[in-house]
Design a protein around this ligand. Structure first.
Ligand code: C2E
Ligand code: MG
Ligand code: MG
Ligand code: MG
Length: 288
């Protein structure tokens, strides 16, 4: 309602709108400094193989330790970073840290682990990404197949022709590519034919109600079958219950990620988990 009164009527915003606006200003004003002040951290969330239960890798998820607001999740600041352009240096930073981590793993007995990184729309559609990746790959000498780039369906569909070329370039370097939040982009499935991909990530929104909503169950099963018929692997996001895990496994879904297995945690904690071979997973009643 406040909005329909026009831009000049700022003073009529409701108290809750003011709180939201206030938070946004707090975030926005500090965002650029935050990178210099080292306030960002990459958390890692395990990705597990559904058949064996082993950790096969992780997804890197940004966290911001804001001096006043405490820990801030990416849903609150990525959109602001995207609008303001900070996402480019921030995305750079994320990639650099990810490659560094793969180097440490290679030299530290965790060389089998894959690391997935989220790319923003602006990163995908700008021109800096490929040169940056080339530099990082050359400097680090990591196996590119262990670095997976996640692109949301909606980011990819902003410019399908550009995305098609980008994905081809990424894969020609031996990097892996996954479509994130699959099924949420309201886009035609025909793009799957257009893009060179390795994996699709079924959105948590579909996984959540697998047990209770027959439509979601059908959509998830059909998505897995579709992906497989196109030669793509599938990872399911947001798996929270053993029943969801069993459903996905029975439909042939290869991999999963979710609170059932592990939350996003600081790097050292993930590494401990990976070294322990996911001992906790067996206790949850996974098949051995
Ligand atoms: P995403 O890439 O789809 O990441 C999955 C999100 O689901 C993460 O939220 C993760 O913590 C959450 N999640 C995983 N398993 C479960 C579960 O079992 N239950 C529930 N309720 N949630 C689960 P997070 O970390 O808040 O990240 C949100 C989004 O922010 C990400 O969605 C991604 O789009 C974006 N993001 C995170 N890090 C980066 C980054 O480095 N760059 C860019 N461009 N975007 C990022
Ligand atoms: Mg992701
Ligand atoms: Mg996702
Ligand atoms: Mg998401």
């Amino acid at each position: 309602a406040a909005k329909s009164q026009g831009r000049g009527n700022f003073q009529f915003f409701s108290p809750s709108m003011n709180a939201a606006t206030h938070e946004r200003l707090l975030l926005e004003s500090r965002l650029w400094q935050a990178l210099e002040q080292n306030e960002f951290e990459l958390y890692l969330q395990a990705q597990v193989e559904l058949e064996g239960g082993g950790v096969i890798g992780a997804e890197a998820l940004l966290r911001w330790h804001h001096p006043e607001l405490g820990m801030v999740g990416p849903d609150r600041f990525i959109p602001i970073a995207e609008e303001s352009g900070l996402i480019l240096p921030l995305g750079d930073w994320v990639l650099r840290r990810a490659v560094e981590r793969l180097q440490l793993w290679r030299d530290g007995g965790l060389g089998h682990l894959r690391l997935a990184v989220n790319l923003s729309a602006r990163q995908c559609h700008g021109s800096a990404l490929l040169p940056q990746l080339d530099r990082l790959l050359a400097e680090s000498g990591i196996n590119p197949a262990l670095l997976e780039l996640e692109i949301t369906e909606s980011a990819a569909m902003q410019d399908p022709e550009h995305s098609r070329k980008l994905l081809r370039e990424l894969r020609s370097r031996g990097l892996k590519v996954a479509i994130d939040d699959f099924g949420t982009g309201y886009s035609s499935l025909s793009y799957l034919k257009l893009f060179e991909l390795d994996r699709i990530k079924i959105d948590r929104g579909f996984v959540k109600d697998i047990e209770t909503d027959p439509n979601d169950a059908v959509i998830v099963a059909a998505t897995i079958a579709l992906a497989h018929s196109l030669g793509l692997a599938v990872v399911a996001e947001g798996v929270e219950t053993a029943a969801q895990r069993e459903f996905l496994r029975s439909k042939g879904c290869e991999e999963a990620q979710g609170y059932l297995f592990a939350r996003p945690v600081p790097v050292e904690q993930f590494e401990a988990l990976a070294r322990a071979g996911m001992a906790g997973y067996a206790e949850l009643g996974a098949p051995s």
